[in-house]
Design a protein. Structure first.
Length: 461
């Protein structure tokens, strides 16, 4: 590294250490990694070393870094209508909302409306207001392993106590239900023979008033909604059995409990469907989305809800508000993203790529049986569970070593140095959650598998 470059990086890190809060980010490495450029599936450090990114900003940059078409949409809007208060209309907001609502009506046969905000947590907050407004109930069900954000309201339905611990009592904290994580079944049963026992246990909560969630005589509950992720994100890309959500949705319907589907990480074809919940054949009452809608450019989040929940007569102007909720730059990119998604068969494309990548991961599992307990995937939402030699006990230490080795930028492939960007998730922080760009090529997937094989082999030693 040139002396002046090394000096500049050292200066940046010293300033960061002195003046930047660590609370708005996470220092998984010390010192944290500095990147200076990006393109496609690749980040570049100050030396120009390429790092193949297999998490793409937590599934936000699904269409690759510096996507020319989406960048151009942003530039056009900057020069035409870069700012506008959200009390006024602009074409991009209306057209983007209409495309999402029309898709849902066509797919689910249900009329609804779209409501915008900025970040995923804020959209979750808006959905909580929508549920409370419609049902008059404050309490929610959510899954163990679920993650819905870190604002106060979103933290109350996010399973990790770590996110709540320092902020006092959460009187409206969700009642957390076991998620069907079959590799680590809480009941120690097998999916082939369990008969969806975990869902039957949820059903039992409604058998007696003394189980605390239902009054059979009045047919009433304090619970307004069940917040779900069709594929758990931060929980480790856990994929449930095919029929689980059908059963759960029926139980909720019988007891007038809404289904709120969090698609913030999995929406927009990450799993091979526009919405991940489409893989499980249920119709939610509310869908919350964000991240990939703008490819990480000028964020937009939002929700779709059934007409009876969100019609202006029941959810009037000012029911929620954010200064930047439907900002012109974000909605312009969102509209261009939706146009792109309509022009190509992303369902087939993502499924084909996901099957190819998963086949390679299964070979990786075969090559490293002492370290990999399971690989799995749905579309391009893929997971590698890192375990002890028994292939069950989590191996967080090895996971951390692999993560750090990837970011060292010292892997060798194709005649040059490479780095590898991975994301760690899971209940025990021992799962690599892979969310490569939907634009990733077979050649790049082959490179990813080569780098993964190398980094596992190095760290196992």
């Amino acid at each position: 590294m040139p002396i002046e470059t090394a000096s500049k990086i050292a200066e940046l890190l010293a300033l960061e250490k002195k003046y930047c809060s660590h609370g708005d980010t996470v220092h998984y490495l010390d010192p944290p990694k500095v990147f200076v450029n990006c393109e496609g599936c690749t980040l570049y450090d100050e030396q120009g070393t390429p790092y193949l990114d297999l998490q793409m900003w937590y599934s936000a940059a699904n269409f690759g870094y510096k996507n020319p078409r989406l960048n151009e949409a942003l530039k056009r809007q900057v020069d035409r209508l870069p700012q506008l208060a959200c009390q006024y209309l602009h074409a991009e907001k209306v057209e983007a909302a209409a495309r999402i609502a029309q898709y849902c009506e066509k797919r689910f046969g249900v009329k609804g409306r779209v409501h915008f905000n900025v970040g995923g947590s804020q959209a979750i907050e808006d959905s909580l207001k929508l549920v409370r407004n419609a049902t008059g109930r404050n309490l929610m069900f959510a899954f163990m392993g679920g993650y819905h954000g870190r604002t106060l309201g979103a933290s109350a339905i996010t399973s990790s106590y770590r996110y709540r611990r320092r902020y006092g009592h959460f009187s409206d904290r969700a009642q957390f239900v076991f998620y069907p994580y079959c590799l680590r079944c809480i009941y120690e049963l097998k999916p082939e023979t369990c008969g969806l026992y975990c869902e039957r246990e949820f059903e039992k909560l409604f058998e007696s008033e003394y189980f605390g969630v239902w009054d059979p005589k009045a047919g009433a509950s304090e619970f307004g909604a069940f917040y779900i992720e069709a594929v758990q994100g931060t929980g480790g890309y856990v994929i449930p059995p095919k029929d689980y959500f059908k059963r759960l949705a029926e139980t909720c319907r019988q007891h007038r409990i809404l289904i709120v589907d969090d698609e913030i990480q999995m929406g927009f074809y990450r799993t091979g469907k526009f919405w991940a919940i489409e893989n499980f054949d249920i119709v939610p009452d509310i869908i919350v989305f964000g991240k990939a809608l703008t490819n990480g450019l000028n964020p937009i989040s939002g929700l779709w809800a059934r007409e009876e929940l969100i019609a202006p007569e029941v959810f009037p102007p000012g029911s929620t508000h954010s200064t930047f909720s439907s900002n012109t730059l974000g909605t312009a990119v969102a509209l261009e993203t939706l146009k792109m998604l309509e022009e190509e068969d992303y369902e087939s494309l993502v499924r084909e790529k996901g099957a190819y990548f998963l086949k390679g991961l299964r070979e990786l599992e075969r090559r490293h049986p002492q370290s990999i307990g399971q690989v799995d995937g749905l579309g391009l939402a893929l997971r590698i569970e890192v375990t002890q030699p028994d292939r069950i006990a989590p191996n967080r230490e090895l996971t951390d070593r692999i993560f750090a080795e990837g970011l060292s930028g010292n892997l060798n492939a194709r005649g040059r140095k490479w780095g590898l960007v991975l994301d760690v998730g899971g209940y025990y922080k021992n799962v690599f959650t892979l969310a490569p760009a939907l634009t990733i090529t077979r050649d790049e997937m082959d490179l990813a598998l080569e780098l993964l094989d190398q980094v596992f082999a190095r760290c196992e030693k």
